[in-house]
Design a protein around this ligand. Structure first.
Ligand code: GLY
Length: 403
């Protein structure tokens, strides 16, 4: 009886395995090449940099700008190592991911920014997701509480920044990204108010951050006493009325993710509107890697005055792939994202192994008008590029880690 039972179980396991195998597809050459570059670059970076001083970008004189644990970008390099491990199965990357993550322990005490989502969810969040090691949870629990504490029922939004004298309660479109951490933490730590705050923030932002064409303002400043909007501006875009490329990307990813977490159809519609704005924009270059702001008037000139932003492209690819799974006409989003990924994985954007100070992608823009991080690698371009490759593999049924 027992033998028969085990024979049946083995048969079922075999069938399931055959089924899985039949469904999985070999990766195309461009994907294999990208993963090989990723493995070499991340291994080189992990050996070169010190945990707690993570690579952020490259200065015009060729020095690597590092991010201390207080920097908003500090979580991206550890997050890239976690994703790198998932793509390659390389155990050294796994060990490095843990080392670089644990060096960010003190982020748990930071209260003065909304960027706790980027800082902790990309590092500790991935650590927990991949290892299920409970020792990663206390930092995540404390950080989420600090992020939630920045929510005001008066304004209906989470305050982004504490700096900037002329603002009273500034909220940036980027803040949409940090809601993912609150959604997750609300469930994990049984704090439904976190999820409610995330939903309210997304609804309020929908109301005040968007123009009729579904492009978004970068900064909306609220009156913390009345909850009314004081001003709509930019900080990193070309003008207050322009469409800063990464801001559009944050919005697309943000509303798709909010729909995923809430099933509120308004969020899905918003994401589709933003996708249309991006995909049909007359100044989107042919290769689908946007210039740093859609309103740079010479955006399509090939004279180098309008640098492209690979970070925006990588975030757009992530958002479009997620969106592709949620609507009937999803193929158009998937195809667009695939085009972006192929261009980012070409020599025009992807580094040669050993070059580019061990960053993966070239050609992103941090803050053009501050003359800061122009046409440089950026750690968040790399992070979202890796995330996009992972999403691509899942949707195309490419088995990871790549063999
Ligand atoms: N969160 C700042 C940026 O996107 O540059």
């Amino acid at each position: 009886m027992k033998r028969r039972f085990y024979a049946i179980i083995s048969g079922v396991v075999l069938l399931v395995n055959m089924q899985l195998h039949a469904q999985s597809k070999p990766a195309e050459d461009w994907f294999r090449h990208a993963v090989s570059v990723i493995e070499q670059q991340l291994a080189g970076a992990a050996k070169t940099f010190t945990p707690g001083l993570n690579p952020r970008s490259v200065t015009p004189n060729g020095m690597v700008r590092t991010a201390p644990y207080t920097d908003w970008t500090t979580g991206f390099f550890p997050g890239s190592l976690w994703y790198g491990y998932e793509l390659t199965g390389n155990k050294e990357l796994l060990a490095s991911a843990a080392r670089f993550t644990l060096a960010l322990d003190s982020v748990r005490y930071i209260t003065k920014t909304h960027d706790l989502g980027f800082m902790l969810y990309c590092s500790y969040g991935n650590a927990w997701r991949i290892t299920e090691d409970k020792s990663y949870l206390p930092v995540l629990e404390e950080g989420a509480q600090h992020l939630y504490n920045r929510f005001s029922t008066k304004t209906g939004v989470i305050r982004s920044w504490d700096f900037g004298d002329h603002w009273k309660f500034p909220v940036i479109i980027d803040n949409m990204m940090n809601l993912e951490y609150l959604y997750w933490a609300g469930t994990e730590f049984k704090k439904p108010v976190y999820r409610q705050a995330a939903n309210t923030h997304a609804l309020t932002t929908m109301k005040h951050h968007f123009r009729p064409d579904y492009s978004s303002y970068h900064v909306v400043d609220y009156d913390p006493v009345t909850g009314k909007v004081r001003s709509k501006e930019t900080h990193q875009g070309l003008t207050h009325e322009s469409a800063w490329a990464r801001g559009q990307a944050w919005g697309l990813y943000g509303y798709t993710m909010c729909y995923d977490n809430s099933r509120n159809p308004q969020f899905l519609q918003q994401a589709q509107h933003i996708a249309r704005f991006i995909m049909t924009h007359p100044r989107m270059p042919k290769n689908k890697i946007p210039v740093w702001d859609f309103d740079v008037h010479n955006a399509l000139a090939s004279d180098g005055r309008a640098p492209r932003d690979a970070s925006a492209a990588a975030v757009i690819a992530c958002g479009l792939m997620d969106l592709s799974t949620k609507v009937k006409e999803g193929k158009k989003y998937m195809d667009y994202a695939e085009d972006i990924l192929k261009v980012l994985s070409s020599p025009d954007f992807l580094a040669n192994p050993g070059d580019n100070h061990y960053f993966l992608l070239k050609h992103s823009v941090g803050a053009f008008l501050y003359n800061s991080e122009i046409d440089t690698p950026l750690n968040y371009a790399d992070y979202y590029y890796l995330e996009a490759l992972k999403k691509y593999a899942a949707l195309k049924k490419i088995t990871l880690p790549l063999q």
